[in-house]
Design a protein around this ligand. Structure first.
Ligand SMILES: [Zn+2]
Ligand SMILES: [Zn+2]
Length: 338
């Protein structure tokens, strides 16, 4: 090959490489500055604790069912996610986040605190009572660089609104769990988890409500007594699918929780809270705007559903219920702190 031809060949190879690199970066959807909804579950078990499936089967289920992210939270076991992300992760499409469920039983009460993305294993810490034990675990998760969320208050009827009012450094808790023995709806004189939420909010303390699966069972999809996948999830509004962007949005309350109702937009201004719901065939919707002590301030059957602030509400949150029993919960907006 002559010197001139060799040079030409080099230029062509270089040009092909440039095109290839350009195509590669074009494959990944670059953050466009806009906010997107990302669907995720922040409470999942594998064979590494009391789940029935290996981590790759667990992640595969969520990857194949329209989720964008999954936090693996085995009981007191730190499941490695590097290999899982190598197989299932894809930029702007799917992300596995490491996590743990710090689990303690004290006086026949289950104190389970999830740590999302801590840097290392967290040994569950026992205090002298429920509140101190929660606080010690929340603090340990924060110290490890993780984001804590308080799990299933009504499991074994463990946590009360009074307990939650005393916790600092944790703004997330589970308002809905797909686990069948979590007692989401209360009964027998005990409040529902949603009533607990309103009790805490009415004290002036802001906490955000997550819907989760607390998945344990993938191999018995017919079994309603099993904690199966796909029962409850969150939709996080963030600029990109990264751990930092997701966790930051969650701690700002920029997400909603759902068991099947899809929201298109949540618009908040000084004057109003307006929610646009995605239609689903002939399904009908009613939106409740709920404030202090769980009082329904307005029920709106139109779409978008809108609430105009009067100014003297302590907080307002919305609950959308569809004609087939599916629900979405938006996060409370604090209006007046007393
Ligand atoms: Zn638990
Ligand atoms: Zn769990």
């Amino acid at each position: 090959m002559s010197g001139k031809k060799y040079f030409l060949a080099l230029v062509i190879v270089f040009a092909i490489q440039l095109v290839f690199i350009g195509a590669q970066s074009g494959l990944a959807q670059k953050p466009d500055g806009a906010l997107h909804w990302y669907k995720g579950n922040t409470h999942t078990h594998t064979l590494n604790s009391d789940g029935d499936s290996a981590p790759d089967d667990v992640v595969r289920w969520y990857r194949e069912h329209g989720y964008h992210f999954l936090v693996i939270t085995d009981h007191d076991y730190f499941t490695d996610v590097i290999g899982l992300n190598a197989v299932f992760g894809a930029e702007e499409q799917f992300l596995v986040i490491k996590g743990i469920e710090a689990s303690y039983e004290i006086d026949s009460k289950a104190i389970h605190i999830n740590g999302l993305n801590p840097e290392h294993y967290i040994l569950p810490e026992k205090g002298t009572g429920v509140v101190e034990t929660i606080q010690k675990n929340v603090d340990a998760i924060r110290k490890a660089g993780g984001v804590p969320h308080i799990n299933h208050p009504n499991f074994m009827w463990s946590l009360t609104a009074e307990d939650l009012k005393h916790i600092t450094g944790c703004i997330l808790f589970e308002v809905y769990s797909g686990h069948p023995r979590i007692n989401n709806f209360g009964g027998g004189g005990s409040p529902s988890v949603e009533e607990i939420w309103d009790d805490v909010l009415s004290s002036g303390k802001l906490i955000y409500g997550l819907a989760v699966d607390d998945t344990h069972t993938f191999k018995e999809p017919w079994n309603k007594d099993a904690a199966r996948p796909g029962q409850g999830w969150i939709m996080v509004r963030a600029g990109q699918l990264t751990v930092d962007a997701l966790l930051e949005a969650m701690e700002k309350g920029d997400f909603y929780s759902s068991t099947g109702v899809d929201i298109e937009t949540i618009d908040l201004s000084e004057r109003a809270l307006s929610i646009s719901i995605r239609g689903r065939g002939m399904t009908k919707f009613r939106t409740q705007f709920i404030g202090e002590n769980g009082k329904v301030f307005k029920e709106d059957v139109s779409n978008p559903a809108t609430y105009l602030f009067k100014g003297d509400e302590m907080y307002i949150r919305a609950k959308i219920i569809d004609s087939n029993g599916r629900i979405a919960w938006t996060q409370p907006v604090m209006i007046k702190n007393e």
